[in-house]
Design a protein around this ligand. Structure first.
Ligand code: IVH
Length: 754
């Protein structure tokens, strides 16, 4: 292993002797990679096809809410597929892109941030079969940097937060981001007592027996603190991965898509003897619960872990600022192919642990660290066909079917084409994209996946265009039900007008109905709904609630269907019954009304309070006029487009009949008042003047963490003004409005931080 020659990078002694040094590199072929598109959720295509190409700054609030809702569903599904099922549906770069997009929209529309926001989630749900382990210290994720400028911003953000000058010394560590799965090892009095996967960050799986089979993991440590939780990455080297897949092929076993899946699949074996036969390795890079500090710095702690006998990565260095971090990143990037194991970026961390403590955490990521990811790749391939998919609201989404090509380590065979303008070479703003070049079946197209929504077609090679290639004619009838597909003024998307007679819309509506943020019925997912629809067992959501009556006994019974049995059928009937009690917001969201995502559904539910109040108002309302209309659009977050969509849907005869049939079988729960333990939860707080014991950013983050809303200005809605020395007009205004005012010490006492 070589060394970084950058003058500002210092090698951390004690880290030499990389366990994989000398391992030969085996490049993986296309077939070793997951087939992007084979298992990719259709929602990803649907999603990419609508707003995804609109710059965040151009989104309306309604579009942003809709997009956040779809991103939540998409990313939650992808998390479960990746973390729990070891079967990724999205490539890493694509996942990052969707996540970045979600974060950018949340930053632009903070009040639309959802309770189930993907930025609040780490990892996926715990699989059945392993015991559960509650992590004493949560296992978190890392924020991403996609380019050098993001790293400089990371440094600037930290300095701002800590109130440090731009040129004050600030040391970081930089180390490879290992592409495996994280593991937390708990030692008590030096003995390994528990090993747990990350799970959802709070609760992981108990894999102690399996971890004990990994040679890199010491089972006994000399001189360790009484309690020591070591965290790091379980991974498989390229050489071991290839050999494992060869052995699997010879024995007719499962082929692993990549080393990370092989590592995850091998660690999460209920039979630890299988894990023992798999060549897993472990790098230590962090810690959780500790009875005594390991060191004063990150680099010191890593040295200590190495002294305890853990493998630590010998490409770990300290850097004295963002330029050195960037230089080290580029050095590692150059060596990436020769390391012998997969890495997907470089992790930068503040070295001083007291500063790490002060910087603290956002909901799921530390402020003191960032993952500087390697860029997405580009690849050329041919466009073999353009298919049109029909979504829940009738949107016709064109999907590019490609000759499979590897992009960033994943075989891509589909890409979004968004809409007809995009195919024709026009962006969402009506301006040319690809210099106005259109895309035709038969074209050579360049695919990319980057820190944006993807994969997309970046370019078309006109020189290689076949002579017989013709411009794509976008259909004006729905390919599923042959109803007219029309494009309304101002809508980039063409939509099927078939409503519930369109089978594609009906199935997508049903899938939406059973999705996680809607009815979330255990045992009734997209696959089951699709099969039941195809067999004529359910056509609308109301039919789900009569399944038991129709197929619980008699000639055709659920328990006799392929893939079902006595137990699973009775479990499903129970799960359906359980959901007859449904909160109003979920019910409104589940109806799949265009422009109503789940945060908008909550706004409507909170405003009307009960189903009766909501449906009465919507029945009486007239689009654009009258008291009901005024009340509807007076809800903060509900605009005219959404309001019109809700009224039209609730008054559309067939649709309404189907909704009424559904509600007749339910017990809808009215909206209850929100309660919370924190003394400042739900309060609006304003900070003014000089804060002496924390920076403004720290104060804001802490208050928000306790459920308060932090505002920049005093108004009648302000509950508390925290005024430091030098408070001026805000304090005067607060006094005039009778707003409770306190100093910093009183505030800290109130929130229990004194
Ligand atoms: S530090 C508080 N360092 O990346 C954050 N993580 O995307 C602690 N990972 O869950 C994580 N190499 O599984 C850290 N050198 C490294 C890493 C690393 C890989 C993984 C880890 C983490 C994920 C976050």
């Amino acid at each position: 292993m070589g060394r970084c020659l950058h003058k500002n990078c210092k090698w951390i002694p004690g880290l030499a002797g990389l366990p994989n040094a000398g391992i030969s590199v085996t490049t993986t072929s296309h077939n070793d990679r997951p087939q992007y598109g084979a298992s990719k959720p259709k929602a990803a295509d649907d999603f990419s096809a609508s707003f995804a190409q609109v710059p965040v700054g151009n989104l309306t609030e309604v579009e942003a809410a809709t997009e956040l809702s779809r991103l939540a569903a998409l990313l939650t599904g992808a998390n479960t597929a990746y973390h729990r099922d070891d079967a990724p549906e999205l490539s890493d770069a694509e996942y990052d892109a969707f996540k970045s997009r979600n974060m950018a929209i949340e930053a632009a529309f903070p009040k639309l941030k959802r309770a189930d926001s993907p930025t609040e989630q780490v990892g996926g749900a715990v699989a059945e079969g392993f015991g559960k382990v509650q992590h004493v210290v949560r296992m978190l994720s890392l924020g991403n940097a996609f380019d050098d400028a993001d790293v400089s911003d990371f440094d600037a953000r930290i300095r701002r937060y800590l109130g440090m000058e731009t040129n004050a010394p600030l040391v970081y560590t930089a180390e490879p981001k290992i592409d495996g799965l994280s593991l937390s090892l708990r030692y008590e009095n030096g003995a390994l007592v528990q090993a747990a996967t990350r799970g959802d960050g709070a609760v992981g799986e108990n894999v102690t027996a399996n971890a004990c089979t990994i040679a890199d993991i010491p089972q006994q440590i000399d001189g360790a603190p009484e309690v020591l939780e070591v965290r790091g990455e379980v991974y498989m080297s390229h050489a071991d991965f290839s050999a494992l897949n060869e052995r699997q092929a010879a024995s007719g076993g499962k082929q692993f898509a990549n080393p990370r899946n092989a590592a995850a699949g091998s660690l999460r074996q209920l039979d630890a003897e299988i894990t023992r036969s798999r060549p897993l390795k472990f790098f230590a890079y962090a810690w959780g619960d500790l009875s005594a500090p390991l060191a004063e710095t990150q680099s010191g702690a890593i040295k200590q872990l190495a002294a305890f006998g853990f493998s630590t990565n010998d490409l770990t260095v300290t850097c004295d600022g963002p330029q050195a971090l960037i230089a080290h990143y580029h050095m590692i990037e150059e060596r990436r192919a020769t390391l012998g194991y997969d890495i997907d970026g470089v992790v930068c961390k503040v070295d001083n642990l007291e500063l790490q403590r002060r910087l603290g955490f956002r909901t799921t990521t530390p402020r003191w660290a960032i993952a500087h990811k390697f860029p997405a790749e580009l690849a050329w391939t041919t466009l073999d066909a353009i298919d049109i998919q029909v979504g829940r609201t009738g949107a016709l989404s064109p999907v590019a079917r490609l000759s499979p090509v590897t992009v960033g380590g994943v075989v891509v065979s589909n890409a979004t084409l968004h809409n007809e303008d995009y195919i024709a070479g026009l962006g969402g703003d009506g301006q040319p994209i690809r210099d106005g070049r259109d895309v035709r079946v038969g074209d050579w197209v360049q695919i990319y996946r980057a820190g944006d929504v993807i994969p997309k077609i970046k370019d078309v090679d006109l020189a290689r265009r076949p002579d017989n290639a013709v411009p794509f004619v976008f259909p004006d009838v729905c390919p599923e039900c042959q109803s007219a597909a029309i494009r309304e003024d101002g809508d980039a998307v063409r939509r099927c007008t078939g409503g519930i007679i369109c089978p594609a819309q009906a199935v997508e509506k049903l899938k939406h109905f059973v999705s996680r943020a809607a009815f979330d019925i255990e045992g009734l997912g997209a696959k089951q709904v699709e099969q039941f629809y195809q067999d004529g067992w359910i056509a609308t959501p109301a039919d789900i609630f009569t399944l038991h009556d129709r197929f619980g006994s008699g000639v055709q019974q659920l328990k006799n269907r392929e893939g079902w049995g006595e137990k699973s059928a009775s479990n499903l009937f129970d799960a359906i019954d359980e959901k007859r009690d449904i909160p109003l917001n979920r019910l409104i969201f589940s109806l799949g009304i265009r422009h109503v995502g789940d945060s908008s559904a909550s706004l409507l539910a909170n405003h009307y309070g009960s189903w009766v109040a909501f449906e009465t108002a919507m029945t009486q309302a007239e689009v654009g006029t009258g008291a009901e209309w005024d009340a509807l659009i007076s809800i903060d977050g509900v605009g005219a487009v959404m309001a019109a969509s809700v009224i039209t849907t609730m008054q559309q005869e067939a649709e309404r009949a189907s909704i009424d049939r559904l509600v007749a079988g339910l017990r809808v729960q009215d909206v209850a008042a929100v309660t919370s333990d924190s003394p400042v939860a739900g309060k609006t707080v304003v900070f003014t003047g000089t804060l002496e014991r924390m920076t403004r950013a720290e104060a804001k983050a802490r208050a928000e963490g306790l459920g308060a809303k932090v505002s920049g200005s005093v108004s009648a809605k302000t509950d508390i003004l925290v005024a430091g020395p030098g408070a001026g007009s805000k304090a005067t205004k607060a006094a005039a409005l009778g707003v409770e005012t306190m100093d910093e010490d009183a505030w800290l006492a109130l929130i229990g931080d004194a």
